[in-house]
Ligand binder design. Structure first.
Ligand code: SF4
Length: 370
């Protein structure tokens, strides 16, 4: 029987986001690790490798494909009520103990995830665009595992998506580089970053460096790509007032218009000793976000238990302009020009020009495509 590495190594092509180095080595530029990879060796993510002086990168398959409510990404300021065809592959450049997608993200590291090989489906970029059409999606999103490590595949899909009039987005750990963002710039409309902690020691445990993530968030925001940030609030890991204040102040310092989602953790994967996040903790985190000056703070994963923190309020007159429950949009009042209908304040985001067509009270559920 083929190993997962054998199967994945066949589903590759020559990469584009790298440079050559001495003695046949290559320098991968797709994520902040910037791996120097010698011939025959792999990068930290395990799925990009040096074959005879050439970087091979994942291409031509998905390991998950769903028609998701765009609220599930979560994006609260990108075309509410619409469907995002969302795909994932295998592998990650981090190894978070609380990963909620560990079955796919840790496939190359964790023998317990090896049967994820059965999820692989070969597909072409053209078929992906067709799947989006069938799902009536208005966006294609790379998510579930870390999209940066498979950016050449995402770019090929996004080219087709753009030609079909679709929006394109990443759901990422934010460990990006200037080079990969320039490569993706022509395609990306929106980018969600997980800001997992403000403590570098915590980030090192997960396989990252805090400063790279802070720089990554700033880079995406300054490039003009619509940016939303999520912090999974894990009791005992990152839920102290001091750390939440630090995260909120950092984001507010970049722009008070960056939406911040604080979401509830549930025991998962290797992090089973910490309790689940309760609604009071989530509200405390959200209150800190507002006090720090952020205009748009959302509390996620506990629908119906976090009061007004599921809704969008106009920063001008404080009236609700989008009301939600979980992944369902219950009321939508933003005008086709992206403004508050009451006071005319511009609500930052990527909004539909046809507010009358926003789907209200939909199923709010993901739909697997195979
Ligand atoms: S994507 Fe990141 S982890 Fe993977 S090879 Fe490139 S630099 Fe290394």
């Amino acid at each position: 029987m083929s190993s997962i590495a054998d199967v994945l190594d066949r589903l590759t092509r020559k990469g584009e986001v790298y440079t050559g180095a001495e003695k046949g080595a290559v320098r991968c530029l797709a994520c902040g690790h910037r791996c120097l990879i010698k011939p025959g060796m792999r990068g930290v993510c395990q799925v990009r490798f040096n074959e005879a002086g050439e970087l091979r990168v994942p291409f031509g398959y998905v390991a998950a494909l769903q028609a998701d409510p765009i609220e599930k990404k979560p994006f609260s300021h990108v075309t509410p009520g619409e469907t995002a065809l969302t795909f994932g592959m295998l592998g990650c450049d981090f190894h978070c103990g609380f990963c909620q997608n560990h079955f796919t993200s840790q496939a190359m590291r964790d023998p317990a995830s090896a049967s994820s090989i059965e999820l692989i489906r070969k597909i072409s970029p053209q078929q992906m665009a067709e799947a989006a059409r069938q799902a009536r999606a208005s966006a294609i999103v790379s998510s579930y595992n870390e999209p940066l490590i498979t950016s050449e595949w995402a770019a090929a899909i996004f080219k087709e998506a753009k030609a079909a009039g679709l929006k394109c987005a990443y759901v990422s750990n934010g460990n990006n580089t200037p080079e990969v963002m320039e490569y993706l710039r022509p395609y990306l409309d929106a980018y969600k970053v997980d800001l997992k902690s403000m403590n570098d020691k915590n980030y090192r445990q997960l396989g990252g460096v805090l400063q790279n993530i802070l720089d990554g968030i700033q880079r995406v925001h300054e490039m003009g790509i619509w940016t939303e940030v999520v912090t999974l609030v894990v009791p005992g890991f990152n839920d102290s007032n001091a750390e939440l204040w630090e995260a909120a102040r950092f984001l507010a310092g970049l722009s008070p218009d960056i939406p911040w989602h604080v979401t509830a953790f549930h025991r998962d994967y290797k992090m089973t000793g910490n309790g689940d996040t309760d609604a009071a903790t989530l509200r405390r985190a959200a209150d800190i976000g507002r006090e720090a000056g952020l205009h748009f703070v959302y509390a996620g994963n506990l629908p119906g238990r976090v009061g007004e923190y599921e809704d969008t309020f106009c920063p001008g007159c404080n009236r609700p302009v989008v009301e939600r429950r979980g992944y369902r949009v219950r009321a939508y009042r933003i005008t086709g020009e992206g403004k508050c209908p009451h006071c005319g304040t511009v609500i930052p985001g990527v909004w539909t020009r046809e507010p009358g067509e926003v789907k209200l009270n939909g199923a709010g559920l993901p739909l697997p495509m195979y």
